[in-house]
Design a binder for this molecule. Structure first.
Ligand code: NAD
Length: 485
């Protein structure tokens, strides 16, 4: 085992969980055993909530301009430790080193945004009648929870940590049991940055802890990022317990390619979008709808896909179960008479035979009812459907239950606007394969890709992590008496 067995992080220190149940953490790159992660119990969660509630008294009363100083320092620490953090992400998640570096860079950008929060939450003040002022203030909620998935061990935790804490909350995070190491380093860096004990806590675990978080009366809000199936469970359970909840789910993102699209640029974008992070991104292109005559673009997509080599510029998928699932989808499509133009099945990387790799896969002549067209595959696979009109392409996109992202590739501004107006997704790209809005714009999908109001990052997150206090103030007798006295 490369690293010592993991512990929870409660009240500023690592502490053993009150359980003997552990899971092994295996590197997808080569099958090496990295560590063991405890499957904590309610007792562990209770300790974390108590620590967080105690810390909240002082942290919530610390002026925000002071609180964000911690995040200026945290940002510097992320920069200083970027290489080591990226190596850890790569090791536990399986993505390439370049992708892991990009993930740390994104974590830095998210932290940068949090340092600007004092500028954004000044509230409002107005003299509403003579001598009477109304004022609004953003007040932290209390103890909040963040439940995160395996595909971004650093970026997704950093979607929630800097903003929620800078806004005065205390947090309990439940890392993915598949990639629990990066969160531990985040805790160490936050402590080094001067975050007071108890403000940030980690409770490792699986279903039991997620359910306990949703049920705990001391937790005010729950943010969740993961699959739609679990997002629905968490949203129902947390809101059923009268908590605020934002639950981000899975995706099936459609790229609509028009015949006038610039071939080389489109092919590069499609290939990068479907294969980046081995297709394990909620923003990955998973379905492509080609409108009219686009054979020349498909040829180029295949050329680009063939340049993507497992173990070189393509990382591993998270585990054997994922590899089997992805390959099963490809085989099913083949059996249903779709055409496999580039086949990523049975990929093996020399010297890393125990790694779980799937090569880039391009499937053509997919029919809208096939499972590769409707389900989230979460692997480096693109399913191409062919239609004659942009309305047919939009009908396919609109019919899918998800709504994270959609993109159109065209040189025609009118067509681009037409698609922006009609695609049923929260994030739209024009000639952009992965239309992730960068800070200060907020990130979030629609439909079955997100449950709850507002978005998780950017300005929208202020509404999620705070509540408004409205005060009405009168000091002087001359203000008089009226209906609101
Ligand atoms: P997952 O839903 O399996 O797990 C997410 C979290 O929920 C983990 O911490 C896990 O321990 C916990 N969990 C798993 N099963 C549970 C259950 N039955 N009850 C309660 N908790 C449970 O997701 P994953 O496989 O880790 O991540 C991949 C998924 O996340 C994909 O569907 C992807 O699209 C999605 N995702 C979405 C976004 C977004 O912004 N919408 C971002 C990243 C990932």
């Amino acid at each position: 085992m490369k690293y010592a067995a993991l512990q929870n992080f409660i009240n500023g220190s690592f502490q053993p969980a009150a359980t003997n149940r552990t899971l092994q953490v295996i590197s997808p790159i080569d099958g090496a055993l990295l560590t063991e992660v405890p499957m904590s119990t309610n007792e562990d969660l209770q300790k974390a909530v108590e620590a967080a509630r105690t810390a909240f008294h002082k942290w919530s009363k610390t002026p925000i301009k002071e609180r964000v100083q911690v995040f200026f320092r945290y940002k510097t620490l992320l920069e200083r430790n970027m290489k080591e953090l990226a190596e850890l992400v790569q090791e536990e998640n399986g993505k390439t080193y370049g992708e892991a570096i990009a993930e740390i860079e994104k974590s830095i950008e998210l932290t940068e945004f949090a340092t600007s929060l004092p500028q954004l939450i000044t509230g409002e003040l107005l003299e509403v009648s003579k001598g009477v002022e109304c004022r609004t203030e953003h007040v932290p909620l209390g103890v909040v929870a963040s439940i995160v998935p395996f595909n971004f061990p650093s970026m997704v935790p950093n979607w929630t940590i800097p903003n929620a804490l800078a806004l005065g909350n205390c947090m309990i995070i439940k890392p993915s049991e598949k990639v629990p190491l990066s969160c531990g380093r985040i805790a160490e860096l936050l402590k080094e940055a001067g975050l007071p004990d108890g403000v940030f806590n980690i409770v490792h675990g699986d279903v039991e802890i997620v359910e306990a978080i949703c049920d705990h009366p001391g937790i005010e809000a729950v943010s969740f990022v993961g699959s739609t199936k679990v997002a629905k469970i968490v949203y129902q359970r947390a809101t059923g317990n009268y908590k605020r909840c934002l639950a981000l789910g899975g995706a099936k993102n459609h790229l609509m390619v028009m015949p006038d699209a610039i071939p080389a640029m489109t092919a590069q974008n499609v290939a990068a979008s479907m294969s980046g992070c081995a297709g394990q991104r909620c923003m990955a292109a998973s379905a492509m709808v080609g409108v009219g005559s686009i054979d020349h673009i498909i040829t180029k997509i295949c050329e680009e896909a063939k340049k993507i080599v497992p173990g070189e510029n393509l990382g591993a998928v998270i585990n054997q179960e994922s590899k089997d699932r992805i390959e099963k989808y490809i085989t099913e499509a083949e059996e249903q008479s779709a055409k496999i133009l580039v086949d990523g099945r049975n990929a093996v990387v020399e010297g890393k035979e125990k790694g779980t790799y799937v090569g880039p896969t391009v499937i053509d002549y997919v029919k809208p009812a096939m499972s590769v067209a409707t389900e989230e595959i979460f692997g480096p696979v693109i399913s191409i459907m062919r239609v004659n009109t942009v309305d047919e392409a939009l009908a396919i996109e609109n019919a899918n239950p998800y709504g994270n992202a959609a993109s159109v590739f065209t040189q025609n501004g009118g067509v681009a606007r037409y698609v922006i107006d009609r695609a049923s997704a929260g994030m739209i790209g024009v000639n952009v394969g992965v239309p992730v809005p960068r800070e200060p714009f907020s990130f979030g999908g629609w439909n079955d890709s997100k449950f709850g109001v507002g978005d998780i990052t950017g300005k929208s997150s202020i509404e999620f992590w705070t509540k408004l206090k409205k005060s009405t103030v009168k000091w002087n007798a001359e203000a008089g008496v009226n209906w609101m006295s």
